[in-house]
Design a protein around this ligand. Structure first.
Ligand SMILES: Cc1ncc(COP(=O)(O)O)c(C=O)c1O
Length: 552
Protein backbone atom coordinates (compact mmCIF):
# COMPACT_ATOMS: atom_id res chain seq x y z
CA UNK A 1 0.00 0.00 0.00
CA UNK A 2 1.39 3.40 -0.86
CA UNK A 3 2.27 5.77 1.99
CA UNK A 4 -0.38 8.49 2.58
CA UNK A 5 0.76 11.85 1.27
CA UNK A 6 0.94 14.50 3.99
CA UNK A 7 -0.89 17.79 3.56
CA UNK A 8 2.44 19.67 3.44
CA UNK A 9 3.78 17.34 0.70
CA UNK A 10 0.57 17.69 -1.25
CA UNK A 11 0.89 21.46 -1.11
CA UNK A 12 4.61 21.55 -2.01
CA UNK A 13 4.11 19.30 -5.01
CA UNK A 14 1.21 21.42 -6.23
CA UNK A 15 2.75 24.86 -5.84
CA UNK A 16 3.74 25.11 -9.47
CA UNK A 17 0.46 23.77 -10.71
CA UNK A 18 -1.30 26.44 -8.64
CA UNK A 19 0.43 29.14 -10.65
CA UNK A 20 -1.44 27.94 -13.71
CA UNK A 21 -4.78 27.49 -12.07
CA UNK A 22 -6.77 30.45 -13.33
CA UNK A 23 -9.77 29.82 -11.11
CA UNK A 24 -7.77 29.82 -7.89
CA UNK A 25 -5.60 32.77 -8.90
CA UNK A 26 -8.72 34.80 -9.76
CA UNK A 27 -10.09 34.05 -6.26
CA UNK A 28 -6.76 35.07 -4.73
CA UNK A 29 -6.73 38.33 -6.71
CA UNK A 30 -10.21 39.11 -5.38
CA UNK A 31 -8.75 39.26 -1.86
CA UNK A 32 -7.35 42.70 -2.69
CA UNK A 33 -10.42 44.54 -3.94
CA UNK A 34 -11.18 46.96 -1.11
CA UNK A 35 -13.51 48.94 -3.37
CA UNK A 36 -15.99 46.10 -2.84
CA UNK A 37 -15.26 46.26 0.90
CA UNK A 38 -17.42 43.90 2.90
CA UNK A 39 -17.63 46.17 5.90
CA UNK A 40 -17.83 49.55 4.16
CA UNK A 41 -20.90 51.52 5.23
CA UNK A 42 -22.98 50.13 2.36
CA UNK A 43 -21.09 46.80 2.16
CA UNK A 44 -22.44 43.31 2.76
CA UNK A 45 -21.56 43.40 6.48
CA UNK A 46 -24.14 46.15 6.99
CA UNK A 47 -26.87 44.37 5.02
CA UNK A 48 -30.02 44.49 7.24
CA UNK A 49 -30.75 40.93 6.15
CA UNK A 50 -27.71 39.71 8.11
CA UNK A 51 -28.44 38.29 11.53
CA UNK A 52 -27.56 40.30 14.64
CA UNK A 53 -27.68 38.99 18.19
CA UNK A 54 -29.15 40.76 21.19
CA UNK A 55 -26.96 41.06 24.30
CA UNK A 56 -30.09 40.19 26.34
CA UNK A 57 -30.53 36.81 24.65
CA UNK A 58 -28.79 34.16 26.80
CA UNK A 59 -28.77 31.76 23.83
CA UNK A 60 -27.52 34.35 21.31
CA UNK A 61 -23.91 34.47 20.19
CA UNK A 62 -23.02 37.55 22.26
CA UNK A 63 -24.96 37.44 25.58
CA UNK A 64 -24.06 39.66 28.54
CA UNK A 65 -21.65 38.16 31.11
CA UNK A 66 -24.45 38.26 33.70
CA UNK A 67 -26.54 35.91 31.53
CA UNK A 68 -23.87 33.19 31.48
CA UNK A 69 -25.08 29.92 33.07
CA UNK A 70 -23.17 28.43 36.04
CA UNK A 71 -22.23 25.39 33.96
CA UNK A 72 -21.24 26.03 30.35
CA UNK A 73 -22.43 23.67 27.58
CA UNK A 74 -18.93 23.79 26.06
CA UNK A 75 -15.75 25.84 26.18
CA UNK A 76 -17.05 27.81 23.16
CA UNK A 77 -19.38 29.56 25.62
CA UNK A 78 -16.34 31.04 27.33
CA UNK A 79 -15.68 33.35 24.39
CA UNK A 80 -16.37 37.06 24.83
CA UNK A 81 -17.12 39.06 27.98
CA UNK A 82 -13.39 39.59 28.50
CA UNK A 83 -12.16 41.86 31.30
CA UNK A 84 -11.24 45.53 30.91
CA UNK A 85 -8.27 46.31 33.16
CA UNK A 86 -6.97 49.71 34.29
CA UNK A 87 -3.21 50.05 33.63
CA UNK A 88 -2.29 52.57 36.35
CA UNK A 89 1.25 51.29 36.97
CA UNK A 90 2.17 51.52 33.30
CA UNK A 91 0.51 54.96 33.04
CA UNK A 92 2.50 56.19 36.04
CA UNK A 93 5.78 54.75 34.71
CA UNK A 94 5.20 56.47 31.37
CA UNK A 95 4.08 59.82 32.85
CA UNK A 96 0.55 59.47 31.45
CA UNK A 97 -2.26 61.51 33.04
CA UNK A 98 -5.27 60.08 31.20
CA UNK A 99 -7.01 56.80 32.06
CA UNK A 100 -5.49 53.82 30.23
CA UNK A 101 -7.60 50.66 29.96
CA UNK A 102 -6.75 47.28 28.40
CA UNK A 103 -9.37 44.98 26.85
CA UNK A 104 -7.80 41.60 27.62
CA UNK A 105 -8.74 39.27 24.77
CA UNK A 106 -6.26 36.59 25.87
CA UNK A 107 -8.85 35.44 28.43
CA UNK A 108 -10.96 33.92 25.64
CA UNK A 109 -10.99 30.09 25.55
CA UNK A 110 -8.41 29.72 22.79
CA UNK A 111 -6.32 32.61 24.08
CA UNK A 112 -7.09 35.32 21.55
CA UNK A 113 -9.53 37.83 20.10
CA UNK A 114 -9.90 35.51 17.11
CA UNK A 115 -11.95 32.97 19.10
CA UNK A 116 -14.82 35.42 18.70
CA UNK A 117 -14.76 35.44 14.91
CA UNK A 118 -14.01 31.73 14.65
CA UNK A 119 -17.12 30.79 16.64
CA UNK A 120 -19.29 33.27 14.78
CA UNK A 121 -18.05 32.29 11.29
CA UNK A 122 -18.52 28.58 12.08
CA UNK A 123 -21.99 28.96 13.60
CA UNK A 124 -23.22 31.20 10.80
CA UNK A 125 -21.90 28.72 8.22
CA UNK A 126 -23.74 25.95 10.08
CA UNK A 127 -26.93 28.03 10.06
CA UNK A 128 -26.79 28.55 6.31
CA UNK A 129 -25.80 24.93 5.63
CA UNK A 130 -22.26 25.53 4.35
CA UNK A 131 -20.79 23.53 7.24
CA UNK A 132 -22.07 20.14 8.38
CA UNK A 133 -20.45 18.59 11.51
CA UNK A 134 -18.77 15.27 10.76
CA UNK A 135 -18.86 15.97 7.00
CA UNK A 136 -17.19 19.31 6.25
CA UNK A 137 -13.50 20.17 6.50
CA UNK A 138 -12.63 23.66 7.72
CA UNK A 139 -9.60 25.17 5.97
CA UNK A 140 -8.24 28.63 6.77
CA UNK A 141 -5.24 30.78 5.83
CA UNK A 142 -4.23 32.51 9.06
CA UNK A 143 -1.40 33.95 11.11
CA UNK A 144 -2.36 31.35 13.70
CA UNK A 145 -4.91 32.75 16.12
CA UNK A 146 -7.91 32.39 13.83
CA UNK A 147 -6.57 28.90 13.23
CA UNK A 148 -6.55 28.16 16.95
CA UNK A 149 -10.09 29.56 17.31
CA UNK A 150 -11.31 27.45 14.39
CA UNK A 151 -9.45 24.34 15.56
CA UNK A 152 -11.05 24.78 18.99
CA UNK A 153 -14.51 25.02 17.41
CA UNK A 154 -13.67 22.08 15.12
CA UNK A 155 -12.56 19.94 18.10
CA UNK A 156 -15.75 20.68 20.04
CA UNK A 157 -18.10 20.34 17.07
CA UNK A 158 -16.42 17.48 15.19
CA UNK A 159 -14.86 18.91 12.02
CA UNK A 160 -11.61 18.08 10.28
CA UNK A 161 -9.53 21.27 10.32
CA UNK A 162 -6.57 22.29 8.14
CA UNK A 163 -4.67 25.46 8.97
CA UNK A 164 -2.41 27.12 6.39
CA UNK A 165 0.09 29.38 8.08
CA UNK A 166 3.33 31.23 7.13
CA UNK A 167 6.62 29.87 8.56
CA UNK A 168 7.12 33.06 10.59
CA UNK A 169 4.40 32.14 13.07
CA UNK A 170 5.60 30.70 16.37
CA UNK A 171 6.16 27.03 17.18
CA UNK A 172 3.88 27.51 20.18
CA UNK A 173 0.94 28.20 17.84
CA UNK A 174 1.82 25.10 15.80
CA UNK A 175 1.93 22.96 18.95
CA UNK A 176 -1.42 24.26 20.22
CA UNK A 177 -2.99 23.65 16.81
CA UNK A 178 -1.63 20.09 16.72
CA UNK A 179 -2.91 19.55 20.27
CA UNK A 180 -6.37 20.57 19.05
CA UNK A 181 -6.12 17.99 16.27
CA UNK A 182 -5.66 20.41 13.36
CA UNK A 183 -3.49 19.55 10.36
CA UNK A 184 -0.98 22.25 9.51
CA UNK A 185 0.51 23.43 6.24
CA UNK A 186 3.39 25.93 6.46
CA UNK A 187 4.07 28.44 3.68
CA UNK A 188 7.10 30.70 3.08
CA UNK A 189 6.95 33.92 5.12
CA UNK A 190 8.36 35.92 2.22
CA UNK A 191 5.66 34.72 -0.25
CA UNK A 192 3.57 37.65 -1.49
CA UNK A 193 -0.15 37.20 -0.65
CA UNK A 194 -1.04 36.58 -4.32
CA UNK A 195 1.81 34.20 -5.17
CA UNK A 196 1.17 30.46 -5.74
CA UNK A 197 3.08 29.68 -2.49
CA UNK A 198 1.13 32.06 -0.24
CA UNK A 199 -1.06 30.83 2.61
CA UNK A 200 -4.10 32.34 0.85
CA UNK A 201 -3.49 30.54 -2.46
CA UNK A 202 -2.61 27.25 -0.79
CA UNK A 203 -5.77 27.29 1.32
CA UNK A 204 -7.96 27.94 -1.74
CA UNK A 205 -6.19 25.17 -3.64
CA UNK A 206 -6.82 22.68 -0.82
CA UNK A 207 -10.47 23.78 -0.68
CA UNK A 208 -10.80 22.89 -4.36
CA UNK A 209 -9.11 19.51 -3.94
CA UNK A 210 -10.70 18.22 -0.72
CA UNK A 211 -14.37 17.16 -0.87
CA UNK A 212 -16.70 19.15 1.44
CA UNK A 213 -13.93 21.61 2.29
CA UNK A 214 -14.84 25.18 3.20
CA UNK A 215 -12.60 28.23 3.57
CA UNK A 216 -14.57 30.52 5.87
CA UNK A 217 -12.18 33.30 4.81
CA UNK A 218 -11.69 35.76 7.62
CA UNK A 219 -10.46 38.34 5.07
CA UNK A 220 -13.86 38.79 3.46
CA UNK A 221 -16.35 37.11 5.81
CA UNK A 222 -18.71 39.78 7.23
CA UNK A 223 -19.05 37.72 10.41
CA UNK A 224 -15.46 38.68 11.25
CA UNK A 225 -16.21 42.40 11.85
CA UNK A 226 -19.77 41.59 12.96
CA UNK A 227 -18.46 39.50 15.88
CA UNK A 228 -16.86 42.72 17.14
CA UNK A 229 -19.74 44.98 16.12
CA UNK A 230 -22.29 42.85 18.01
CA UNK A 231 -19.93 41.56 20.73
CA UNK A 232 -16.67 43.29 21.64
CA UNK A 233 -17.91 46.84 21.03
CA UNK A 234 -21.14 46.33 23.02
CA UNK A 235 -19.11 44.91 25.91
CA UNK A 236 -16.85 47.96 25.89
CA UNK A 237 -19.80 50.34 25.94
CA UNK A 238 -21.30 48.45 28.92
CA UNK A 239 -17.95 48.19 30.75
CA UNK A 240 -17.24 51.92 30.24
CA UNK A 241 -20.79 53.17 30.82
CA UNK A 242 -20.55 54.74 27.39
CA UNK A 243 -17.49 56.90 28.23
CA UNK A 244 -14.63 56.13 25.83
CA UNK A 245 -12.59 58.89 24.19
CA UNK A 246 -10.12 56.84 22.16
CA UNK A 247 -10.00 53.22 21.01
CA UNK A 248 -6.59 51.87 19.98
CA UNK A 249 -6.24 48.54 18.12
CA UNK A 250 -3.87 46.83 15.72
CA UNK A 251 -5.07 45.81 12.28
CA UNK A 252 -4.52 42.46 10.59
CA UNK A 253 -7.58 41.44 8.63
CA UNK A 254 -9.03 44.63 10.11
CA UNK A 255 -12.09 42.81 11.46
CA UNK A 256 -11.42 43.81 15.07
CA UNK A 257 -10.84 47.51 14.49
CA UNK A 258 -13.55 47.92 11.82
CA UNK A 259 -16.22 46.07 13.80
CA UNK A 260 -15.53 47.82 17.10
CA UNK A 261 -15.09 51.24 15.47
CA UNK A 262 -18.37 51.06 13.54
CA UNK A 263 -20.46 50.34 16.67
CA UNK A 264 -18.59 52.82 18.88
CA UNK A 265 -19.08 55.54 16.29
CA UNK A 266 -22.80 54.81 16.27
CA UNK A 267 -23.15 54.88 20.06
CA UNK A 268 -20.32 56.94 21.58
CA UNK A 269 -20.32 60.57 20.41
CA UNK A 270 -16.88 62.01 19.67
CA UNK A 271 -14.98 58.71 19.88
CA UNK A 272 -11.69 58.66 17.95
CA UNK A 273 -10.27 55.40 16.62
CA UNK A 274 -6.52 54.85 16.36
CA UNK A 275 -5.28 52.02 14.12
CA UNK A 276 -1.83 50.48 14.57
CA UNK A 277 0.08 48.95 11.68
CA UNK A 278 3.68 47.70 11.71
CA UNK A 279 6.39 49.24 9.51
CA UNK A 280 6.67 46.91 6.51
CA UNK A 281 2.87 46.67 6.13
CA UNK A 282 0.69 48.86 3.90
CA UNK A 283 -2.57 49.17 5.84
CA UNK A 284 -2.05 52.65 7.33
CA UNK A 285 -3.24 55.87 5.77
CA UNK A 286 -2.08 58.22 4.37
CA UNK A 287 0.11 55.96 2.22
CA UNK A 288 3.25 58.03 2.99
CA UNK A 289 3.13 56.65 6.55
CA UNK A 290 4.01 53.26 5.10
CA UNK A 291 7.21 54.46 3.42
CA UNK A 292 10.14 52.70 5.05
CA UNK A 293 13.27 50.66 4.43
CA UNK A 294 11.86 47.96 6.72
CA UNK A 295 10.73 45.03 4.59
CA UNK A 296 9.79 42.47 7.24
CA UNK A 297 8.68 42.43 10.85
CA UNK A 298 8.56 39.87 13.62
CA UNK A 299 5.26 40.91 15.21
CA UNK A 300 2.63 38.29 14.43
CA UNK A 301 -1.02 38.90 13.56
CA UNK A 302 -1.01 42.50 12.38
CA UNK A 303 -0.08 44.13 9.07
CA UNK A 304 -0.47 42.87 5.49
CA UNK A 305 0.82 43.46 1.99
CA UNK A 306 -2.75 43.74 0.65
CA UNK A 307 -5.98 45.37 1.85
CA UNK A 308 -8.36 42.77 3.31
CA UNK A 309 -11.98 43.38 2.37
CA UNK A 310 -13.22 43.40 5.96
CA UNK A 311 -10.92 46.29 6.80
CA UNK A 312 -12.92 49.51 6.61
CA UNK A 313 -10.28 52.22 6.72
CA UNK A 314 -12.91 54.96 6.77
CA UNK A 315 -13.69 53.93 10.37
CA UNK A 316 -10.12 54.66 11.50
CA UNK A 317 -9.40 58.32 12.33
CA UNK A 318 -5.67 58.15 13.03
CA UNK A 319 -3.03 55.60 12.03
CA UNK A 320 0.20 54.96 13.92
CA UNK A 321 3.07 52.80 12.65
CA UNK A 322 4.84 50.46 15.07
CA UNK A 323 8.33 48.97 15.29
CA UNK A 324 9.14 45.48 16.56
CA UNK A 325 11.60 46.73 19.17
CA UNK A 326 9.05 49.09 20.80
CA UNK A 327 6.30 46.51 20.60
CA UNK A 328 8.17 43.62 22.21
CA UNK A 329 9.62 45.79 24.95
CA UNK A 330 6.15 47.19 25.69
CA UNK A 331 4.65 43.68 25.89
CA UNK A 332 7.35 42.78 28.43
CA UNK A 333 6.53 45.97 30.37
CA UNK A 334 2.80 45.13 30.39
CA UNK A 335 3.62 41.73 31.81
CA UNK A 336 6.05 43.06 34.41
CA UNK A 337 4.10 46.13 35.56
CA UNK A 338 0.50 45.02 35.10
CA UNK A 339 0.75 41.22 35.23
CA UNK A 340 -1.04 41.06 31.89
CA UNK A 341 0.26 37.92 30.17
CA UNK A 342 -0.16 39.34 26.70
CA UNK A 343 1.35 38.72 23.25
CA UNK A 344 3.54 40.78 20.92
CA UNK A 345 0.90 42.70 18.97
CA UNK A 346 -0.47 43.89 22.35
CA UNK A 347 2.83 45.74 22.70
CA UNK A 348 2.40 47.29 19.23
CA UNK A 349 -1.01 48.68 20.17
CA UNK A 350 0.04 49.68 23.68
CA UNK A 351 3.30 51.39 22.66
CA UNK A 352 1.40 53.44 20.06
CA UNK A 353 -1.27 54.20 22.70
CA UNK A 354 1.30 55.25 25.30
CA UNK A 355 2.91 57.76 22.93
CA UNK A 356 -0.53 59.06 22.03
CA UNK A 357 -1.69 59.27 25.67
CA UNK A 358 1.25 61.47 26.63
CA UNK A 359 -0.51 64.36 24.89
CA UNK A 360 -3.90 63.79 26.60
CA UNK A 361 -5.34 65.42 29.77
CA UNK A 362 -6.45 63.46 32.86
CA UNK A 363 -10.16 63.39 32.00
CA UNK A 364 -9.69 61.33 28.81
CA UNK A 365 -10.21 57.56 28.68
CA UNK A 366 -8.27 55.39 26.25
CA UNK A 367 -9.10 51.74 25.59
CA UNK A 368 -6.44 49.50 24.03
CA UNK A 369 -7.29 46.06 22.60
CA UNK A 370 -4.81 43.34 23.67
CA UNK A 371 -5.42 40.54 21.10
CA UNK A 372 -3.52 37.47 22.35
CA UNK A 373 -1.51 35.72 25.00
CA UNK A 374 2.15 35.27 25.96
CA UNK A 375 1.50 31.53 25.60
CA UNK A 376 2.05 31.98 21.84
CA UNK A 377 5.52 33.49 22.31
CA UNK A 378 7.22 31.64 25.18
CA UNK A 379 10.26 30.91 22.98
CA UNK A 380 10.16 34.37 21.40
CA UNK A 381 9.84 37.77 23.07
CA UNK A 382 9.45 36.35 26.57
CA UNK A 383 12.88 34.77 26.20
CA UNK A 384 15.89 37.06 26.93
CA UNK A 385 18.19 35.19 24.54
CA UNK A 386 15.71 35.61 21.67
CA UNK A 387 15.37 39.32 22.44
CA UNK A 388 19.18 39.67 22.46
CA UNK A 389 19.62 37.65 19.27
CA UNK A 390 17.19 39.96 17.50
CA UNK A 391 18.77 43.11 18.96
CA UNK A 392 15.56 44.03 20.80
CA UNK A 393 17.46 44.29 24.11
CA UNK A 394 21.14 44.89 24.82
CA UNK A 395 23.14 41.77 25.55
CA UNK A 396 23.94 41.41 29.23
CA UNK A 397 27.65 40.58 29.44
CA UNK A 398 29.83 40.02 32.44
CA UNK A 399 31.88 43.30 32.83
CA UNK A 400 35.07 41.25 33.29
CA UNK A 401 34.47 39.55 29.98
CA UNK A 402 33.75 42.87 28.32
CA UNK A 403 37.11 44.19 29.52
CA UNK A 404 39.02 41.44 27.67
CA UNK A 405 41.12 42.79 24.77
CA UNK A 406 39.33 40.72 22.14
CA UNK A 407 35.79 41.51 23.21
CA UNK A 408 35.20 44.66 21.16
CA UNK A 409 37.48 43.72 18.26
CA UNK A 410 35.58 43.60 14.94
CA UNK A 411 35.43 40.12 13.49
CA UNK A 412 37.33 41.45 10.44
CA UNK A 413 40.42 41.58 12.74
CA UNK A 414 40.30 37.80 13.13
CA UNK A 415 42.41 35.85 10.64
CA UNK A 416 40.18 35.37 7.60
CA UNK A 417 39.52 31.78 6.64
CA UNK A 418 38.47 31.38 3.04
CA UNK A 419 35.32 29.29 3.20
CA UNK A 420 34.65 26.42 0.87
CA UNK A 421 31.19 26.70 -0.67
CA UNK A 422 28.88 24.58 -2.78
CA UNK A 423 27.26 25.79 -5.99
CA UNK A 424 23.47 25.48 -5.83
CA UNK A 425 23.33 23.15 -8.86
CA UNK A 426 25.53 20.42 -7.30
CA UNK A 427 23.51 17.28 -6.62
CA UNK A 428 22.65 16.19 -3.06
CA UNK A 429 24.76 13.08 -3.53
CA UNK A 430 27.69 15.15 -4.80
CA UNK A 431 27.34 17.60 -1.89
CA UNK A 432 27.36 14.74 0.66
CA UNK A 433 30.58 13.37 -0.89
CA UNK A 434 32.27 16.81 -0.86
CA UNK A 435 31.31 17.36 2.79
CA UNK A 436 32.77 13.95 3.70
CA UNK A 437 35.97 14.66 1.74
CA UNK A 438 36.45 18.14 3.22
CA UNK A 439 35.45 16.89 6.68
CA UNK A 440 32.71 19.54 7.09
CA UNK A 441 29.28 18.72 8.39
CA UNK A 442 27.79 21.87 6.90
CA UNK A 443 28.66 24.19 4.02
CA UNK A 444 27.25 27.40 2.54
CA UNK A 445 25.46 27.07 -0.77
CA UNK A 446 25.97 29.82 -3.32
CA UNK A 447 23.81 30.75 -6.32
CA UNK A 448 25.21 31.28 -9.82
CA UNK A 449 25.25 35.02 -9.06
CA UNK A 450 27.48 34.47 -6.00
CA UNK A 451 24.68 35.25 -3.53
CA UNK A 452 24.15 33.06 -0.47
CA UNK A 453 21.28 30.59 -0.97
CA UNK A 454 21.50 28.91 2.44
CA UNK A 455 23.40 26.27 4.39
CA UNK A 456 23.54 22.59 3.50
CA UNK A 457 24.04 20.32 6.49
CA UNK A 458 25.04 16.69 6.33
CA UNK A 459 22.41 15.72 8.91
CA UNK A 460 19.58 17.51 7.10
CA UNK A 461 20.65 16.04 3.77
CA UNK A 462 20.81 12.49 5.11
CA UNK A 463 17.41 12.76 6.84
CA UNK A 464 15.74 14.05 3.67
CA UNK A 465 17.35 11.38 1.47
CA UNK A 466 16.50 8.56 3.93
CA UNK A 467 12.89 9.78 4.14
CA UNK A 468 12.89 9.89 0.30
CA UNK A 469 11.92 13.56 0.35
CA UNK A 470 14.94 14.16 -1.90
CA UNK A 471 16.73 12.05 -4.49
CA UNK A 472 20.53 11.94 -4.66
CA UNK A 473 20.32 13.54 -8.08
CA UNK A 474 18.24 16.52 -6.91
CA UNK A 475 20.11 19.85 -6.70
CA UNK A 476 21.39 20.78 -3.25
CA UNK A 477 19.44 24.06 -3.41
CA UNK A 478 16.33 22.07 -2.38
CA UNK A 479 17.98 20.89 0.84
CA UNK A 480 19.37 24.09 2.31
CA UNK A 481 18.17 25.78 5.47
CA UNK A 482 18.04 29.51 5.90
CA UNK A 483 17.81 29.77 9.64
CA UNK A 484 21.46 30.52 10.45
CA UNK A 485 23.32 33.39 12.07
CA UNK A 486 24.70 35.95 9.68
CA UNK A 487 26.66 39.06 10.71
CA UNK A 488 28.62 41.73 8.87
CA UNK A 489 32.34 42.31 9.19
CA UNK A 490 31.94 45.01 11.86
CA UNK A 491 30.29 42.65 14.38
CA UNK A 492 32.36 42.29 17.56
CA UNK A 493 34.09 39.06 18.54
CA UNK A 494 32.34 39.39 21.94
CA UNK A 495 28.88 39.30 20.39
CA UNK A 496 29.85 36.45 18.09
CA UNK A 497 31.16 34.46 21.07
CA UNK A 498 27.68 34.80 22.63
CA UNK A 499 26.00 33.63 19.40
CA UNK A 500 28.28 30.62 19.34
CA UNK A 501 26.85 29.51 22.71
CA UNK A 502 23.95 28.23 20.61
CA UNK A 503 25.17 28.12 17.00
CA UNK A 504 27.77 25.81 15.49
CA UNK A 505 29.04 28.62 13.29
CA UNK A 506 28.39 32.21 12.33
CA UNK A 507 28.55 33.34 8.73
CA UNK A 508 30.36 36.66 8.23
CA UNK A 509 29.19 38.45 5.10
CA UNK A 510 30.35 41.54 3.29
CA UNK A 511 28.21 43.74 1.11
CA UNK A 512 29.05 44.63 -2.46
CA UNK A 513 27.33 47.05 -4.77
CA UNK A 514 26.96 45.38 -8.13
CA UNK A 515 26.05 47.31 -11.32
CA UNK A 516 23.79 45.17 -13.50
CA UNK A 517 23.49 47.90 -16.09
CA UNK A 518 24.56 51.51 -16.40
CA UNK A 519 22.98 53.41 -13.54
CA UNK A 520 21.41 50.34 -11.92
CA UNK A 521 23.21 48.98 -8.87
CA UNK A 522 22.00 46.26 -6.52
CA UNK A 523 23.38 45.12 -3.21
CA UNK A 524 24.96 41.70 -3.08
CA UNK A 525 25.99 39.69 -0.01
CA UNK A 526 29.09 37.55 -0.32
CA UNK A 527 30.73 35.30 2.25
CA UNK A 528 33.70 36.83 4.02
CA UNK A 529 34.38 33.96 6.43
CA UNK A 530 32.80 31.33 8.64
CA UNK A 531 33.59 31.61 12.35
CA UNK A 532 33.37 28.66 14.73
CA UNK A 533 33.97 28.39 18.47
CA UNK A 534 37.45 27.02 17.80
CA UNK A 535 38.31 30.10 15.69
CA UNK A 536 37.25 32.45 18.51
CA UNK A 537 39.20 30.40 21.04
CA UNK A 538 42.34 30.57 18.89
CA UNK A 539 41.90 34.34 18.44
CA UNK A 540 41.39 34.91 22.18
CA UNK A 541 44.64 33.09 22.86
CA UNK A 542 46.55 34.77 20.05
CA UNK A 543 47.77 37.58 22.28
CA UNK A 544 49.78 36.93 25.41
CA UNK A 545 48.72 38.84 28.54
CA UNK A 546 49.95 42.48 28.43
CA UNK A 547 50.64 42.44 24.67
CA UNK A 548 49.06 45.23 22.63
CA UNK A 549 48.87 43.41 19.30
CA UNK A 550 47.89 39.83 18.58
CA UNK A 551 50.81 37.38 18.74
CA UNK A 552 52.16 36.47 15.30
C1 LIG B 1 -1.95 38.49 17.66
C2 LIG B 1 -2.91 39.23 16.81
N1 LIG B 1 -3.04 40.54 16.97
C3 LIG B 1 -3.88 41.26 16.21
C4 LIG B 1 -4.63 40.68 15.23
C5 LIG B 1 -5.48 41.56 14.34
O1 LIG B 1 -6.80 41.27 14.33
P1 LIG B 1 -7.67 41.54 13.02
O2 LIG B 1 -7.35 40.44 12.06
O3 LIG B 1 -9.05 41.47 13.50
O4 LIG B 1 -7.29 42.85 12.47
C6 LIG B 1 -4.49 39.33 15.02
C7 LIG B 1 -5.18 38.68 13.95
O5 LIG B 1 -4.89 37.54 13.59
C8 LIG B 1 -3.61 38.59 15.82
O6 LIG B 1 -3.43 37.26 15.65
Amino acid sequence: MSKPVSMQEMVSSRTEAAADDAEIMAKVAAFDTPSVGIFNKDGLGMDPALKHYSRDDADGLHPKASLKPGILPSVLHNIGNTPLVRCSRLAEAEGIKCELLAKCEFFNSGGSVKDRIARRMVEEAERDGRLIPGVSTIIEPTSGNTGIGLALAAAVKGYRCIIVMPMKMSQEKVDVLRGLGAEIVRTPTEAAWNSPESHVTQALRLEKEIPHAVVLDQYSNPNNPLAHYDGTAEELIEQCDGKIDYLVAGAGTGGTISGIARKLKEKVPGIQVVGVDPYGSILAQPAELNETDITGYQIEGIGYDFLPKVLDRTSVDIWRKSKDIDAFNMSRKLIRLEGLLCGGSCGSAMSAAVEFCKTLPADKRVVVVLPDSTRNYMSKFLNDAWMEDNNFIESQFDPELQAEWWFNEPVSNMPQNFPITLNCSISCEGAAKIMAKEDFNQMPVIGDDGQIVGIASEANLMTKMIQKKLKGTDPISGAVYKDFKQVDTTETVGNISRMLDKEHFVLVVSKQRCYTSEGEASEKLTIYSIVTRADVWTFMNSRKSGESTPAE
